[in-house]
Write a protein that binds this ligand. Structure first.
Ligand code: URA
Length: 211
């Protein structure tokens, strides 16, 4: 895999310097992203809420606690994944960032994605899914199906926060995280088989010229 051209610390420093953006009004800090820089799975949420703003980490509130349970369904823990958001901060009450605000913020996600270089981008909810896939098709149709964005496999899933006020989403969320676990195990098995086949190949011996 090609590895990053911009180190995470550098991107973090750039994000911390973006306080002039109107999105930063009312926020105490920008919320960058956390997790394993070698992750095969990058989880992409929408934007930090109140708890995230206070603690400086994505998904630390009620939705984050539920996300932990869902990761376990896929056989993952937080330390296995990298978690980021499309937007790095958002003023309270601003549920609808303007296109120009999104445009200011999103280069950081693009760099984070290139730097982590995961196999799967798991997009949580409509905003993140539509943003990554550049589509108008909603999460209700796309969830639980593997999509593509360039070199990345994209796996859209309902936002865990949606299940906190609409219990009927829980089943779909849990099934989709179970499917994610299966996809990861299948791809791991495929890689192991390829590596074993390669190791079993007879060594290539240079032949001397016939003359
Ligand atoms: N919801 C999100 O989309 N992101 C967070 O970081 C927290 C809640």
């Amino acid at each position: 895999m090609t590895k990053p051209h911009i180190p995470l610390d550098e991107i973090r420093a750039q994000v911390e310097g973006c306080r002039k953006c109107p999105l930063a009004d009312g926020r105490t800090q920008t919320v960058f992203g956390v997790g394993n820089p070698e992750a095969r799975v990058m989880i992409i949420g929408e934007a930090p809420g109140k708890n995230e703003d206070l603690q400086g980490e994505p998904f630390v509130g009620a939705a984050g606690k539920y996300l932990n349970e869902l990761l376990a369904v896929a056989g993952l823990v937080r330390e296995d994944v990298f978690i980021a958001n499309v937007l790095k901060c958002r003023p309270p009450g601003n549920r609808d960032p303007r296109p120009e605000e999104i445009e200011l913020c999103t280069p950081y996600l693009r760099e984070q994605t290139r730097t982590i270089d995961p196999e799967f981008l798991v997009t949580l909810g409509n905003f993140s899914t539509k943003f990554i896939l550049k589509t108008d098709i909603g999460i209700t149709r796309l969830h639980g199906t593997v999509q593509r964005a360039g070199k990345f496999k994209v796996f859209p899933i309902f936002h865990p926060a949606a299940a906190l006020y609409d219990g009927s989403k829980r089943e779909a969320l849990e099934n989709d995280f179970a499917t994610l676990g299966e996809l990861l195990r299948a791809s791991e098995a495929e890689r192991a088989a390829e590596a074993a086949a390669k190791a079993a190949e007879p060594p290539h011996v240079e032949q001397p010229p016939l003359l």
